[in-house]
Design a binder for this molecule. Structure first.
Ligand code: T3D
Length: 263
């Protein structure tokens, strides 16, 4: 598949999706969303893809909405941002969270506005030491979107979430890792090798089981303890019927590495 604003490279079970407008710090345009949705469709449908790795080209990960598309003259009617969220941002982060395959974000540089929350919608976020996370919205009179008001307090607690959102300050990757906003901060040159190794390892994992783990964790914030226990019971029933569960147990008993097929 050839794209203009993103790249999609599929090899050895991993789909590496690169936001590719480096001159504009990979800020998001309508054309880019169209290509992202096309790429996601193929990742969702292709059973040979067992892990998605999202990153950015150049020195930034993603600077959020391309603001040159939002310039207005004094007389112009303001755009309906509710509608752009509905059409673009909500489907993008919803599909990443719902994808029943692991999604890794390798934040290679600054992640600002919806770019930061796009990263946080992924399952595991690795970041280069030179990267940073900025809830830039308040600087232009907006509120954190793309799930930010939901993920931030859950990941870092109310006090830090409120300060990040209200101040719009730059949070260095190292602090983001210390606070539990992301999984790990790595030296710049170590980021992509580590992200690719992790993606490869997940792509060789029990894909159905990993998908069910996501389903359980996605449901958890809305459930009480009893409801979640019941969900675990139902999903474990499904996991217990997968071929990979049989293989995992056999490999353990035979003291060898498991050969998961994702079935
Ligand atoms: O609108 C809706 O549909 C609602 C949804 C909104 C979602 C949102 O994401 S709103 C928030 C939008 N994003 C921002 O407010 C961040 C804007 N960018 C920045 O604050 C800074 O660029 C950064 C802090 C991210 C990085 O700063 P720095 O100094 O490292 O780089 P720079 O020089 O500012 O940017 C480099 C180039 O990228 C520059 O282009 P130029 O002058 O070299 O041609 C800059 O204009 C461009 N760029 C960076 N961010 C954006 C952008 N161009 C368009 N839109 C951007 N968001």
């Amino acid at each position: 598949m050839t794209f203009e604003t993103i790249r999609l490279d599929v090899a050895d079970g991993v789909a590496e999706l690169t936001l590719n407008r480096p001159d504009k710090l990979n800020s998001l345009t309508e054309a880019m969303f169209a290509e992202l949705f096309e790429a996601l469709k193929s990742v969702e449908r292709d059973a040979t893809v067992r892990c998605l790795l999202l990153t950015g080209a150049g020195r930034g990960f993603c600077a959020g909405q391309d603001l040159s598309d939002r310039q207005m003259g004094p007389e112009a009617r303001p755009p309906d941002l509710g509608q752009t969220l509905e059409r673009f941002y909500i489907p993008l982060v919803t599909r990443l969270r719902a994808l029943e395959k692991p999604v890794i974000c390798a934040a290679n540089g600054v992640a600002a506005g919806a770019g930061a929350n796009l990263a946080l919608a992924c399952d595991i976020v690795l970041a280069a030491r030179s990267a940073s996370f900025i809830q830039a919205f308040a600087k232009i009179g907006l509120i954190p979107d793309a799930g930010g008001t939901w993920t931030l307090p859950r990941l870092v607690g109310e006090a830090r979430a409120r300060a990040l959102a209200l101040l719009g300050d730059k949070l260095p990757a190292e602090t983001a890792a210390d606070w539990g906003l992301i999984w790990q901060c790595l030296d710049d040159e170590a980021l992509m090798p580590a992200a690719r190794e992790m993606a490869g390892s997940l792509a060789r994992g029990p894909t159905k089981g990993l998908g069910l783990i996501k389903r359980a964790l996605n449901a958890s914030p809305d459930n009480d303890f009893e409801t979640q226990l019941a969900l675990e019971r139902d999903l474990q029933r499904i996991a217990g019927r997968t071929r990979d569960y049989g293989e995992g147990v056999a490999a353990f008993m035979e003291k060898r590495a498991a050969r998961f097929t994702g079935e």
